[in-house]
Design a protein around this ligand. Structure first.
Ligand code: FES
Ligand code: FES
Length: 325
């Protein structure tokens, strides 16, 4: 096949595109445009010379907006909702939007050329990520990890949905303890995890506001470290080791037995919230493999027949704890 004509046509198209872009820049003037940005409860206003792209103007005006493709319209993270101005959605944006998002004026900031005054709302990043999960445009090669559940948008909804006054005070106490400490987010999240047994979304939102951070920053850390869970954990955490030594001695059989006994078909936490099962790659007791731990108590030289006894022990403890409460 002769590629020369194709190359020539591509070259001509490229030259025309470049010439049009230059002409647009030199000949068309959009004048000064006012940008009004609504984010969380704040409103920012600034003016820019029209003809630029919204993403770069937001960044230049220190308005935090997530982008991992640097404006190439390939990540879908830079979503904003246009409240007024901005023209219609481009084909490059459509693939990132659900029907609902399109009708509500959602756009990719990197694709919106400023030609007139704009009023926009920037959703918090978690909302954007939810949209990505829902639209199935999530890229599994990226580091983000989403919690799947039966809930329609793929996020776990059980657990705390609203903070009580007492819980707000708890969070404020934790934040006050780390005030002025560099890199305080991780210890703050650890303490919150210790207090609530996981990181409830409303608590993360409250913490972000109280610490003057963006929710996306906290969420990024919360999803990066395995020690943090965004899903409510059971009262007892069972860690089953599937490291090499435990695996060759039947660790997987132990895991399957536990999952069967606890009736864990989807997810890792039992419906009654008594147990959460996690897989780990070494507990440091390889000589006793296969090994598991329950709330940091180690059980070694395991056989599937021993699982009932171990579970009953903690189930009874949970019951006793409840009776005492
Ligand atoms: S910055 Fe990636 S799609 Fe806009
Ligand atoms: S491999 Fe299981 S404890 Fe080390």
């Amino acid at each position: 096949m002769n590629f020369v004509p194709v190359l020539i046509i591509s070259l001509i198209l490229l030259i025309i595109t470049i010439l049009l872009a230059i002409a647009d820049k030199l000949l068309v003037s959009y004048g000064e445009c006012k940008i009004t940005v609504r984010k969380d409860d704040e409103v920012h206003e600034f003016t820019v010379e029209g003809g630029s792209f919204l993403l770069s103007d937001l960044t230049a005006n220190k308005i935090d907006i997530t982008s991992s493709c640097a404006g190439k319209a390939s990540c879908g993270y830079c979503k904003v909702r246009l409240l007024s101005g901005g023209g219609s959605i481009l084909p490059t944006e459509e693939i990132f939007m659900s029907r609902e998002e399109k009708t509500s004026g959602m756009r990719l900031a990197c694709q919106v050329k400023i030609k007139d005054d704009l009023e926009i709302h920037i959703p918090d990043f978690l909302t954007t990520v939810r949209g990505i999960v829902k639209n199935k445009t999530y890229d599994p090669k990226l580091r983000w990890r989403f919690i799947k559940s039966d809930h329609e948008d793929g996020f776990v909804q059980k657990g705390i949905t609203k903070l009580s006054r007492k819980e707000q005070e708890n969070v404020e106490e934790i934040i006050a303890k780390y005030e002025g400490v560099p890199g305080a987010i991780v210890p703050v999240l650890q303490s919150i995890g210790g207090r609530f047994n996981y990181l409830p979304e409303p608590v993360l939102r409250y913490t972000a506001r109280a610490m003057g951070k963006h929710m996306s920053e906290l969420y990024r850390i919360a999803t990066f470290y395995n020690a943090f869970s965004l899903e409510p954990r059971g009262q007892n955490t069972i860690k089953v080791c599937l490291g090499t030594a435990c695996y060759v001695k039947g660790g997987e059989k132990i895991l399957n037995t536990i999952r069967r006994k606890l009736n864990l078909q989807n997810g890792n936490t039992t419906r009654d919230m008594k147990f959460t099962v996690e897989i780990v790659s070494c507990i440091g007791c390889c000589g006793q493999s296969p090994v598991l731990s329950v709330n940091n108590e180690i059980y070694g030289y395991l056989k599937p027949s021993m699982i009932d006894n171990i579970l009953t022990r903690y189930d009874t403890e949970v019951q006793n704890g409840k009776d005492k409460a």
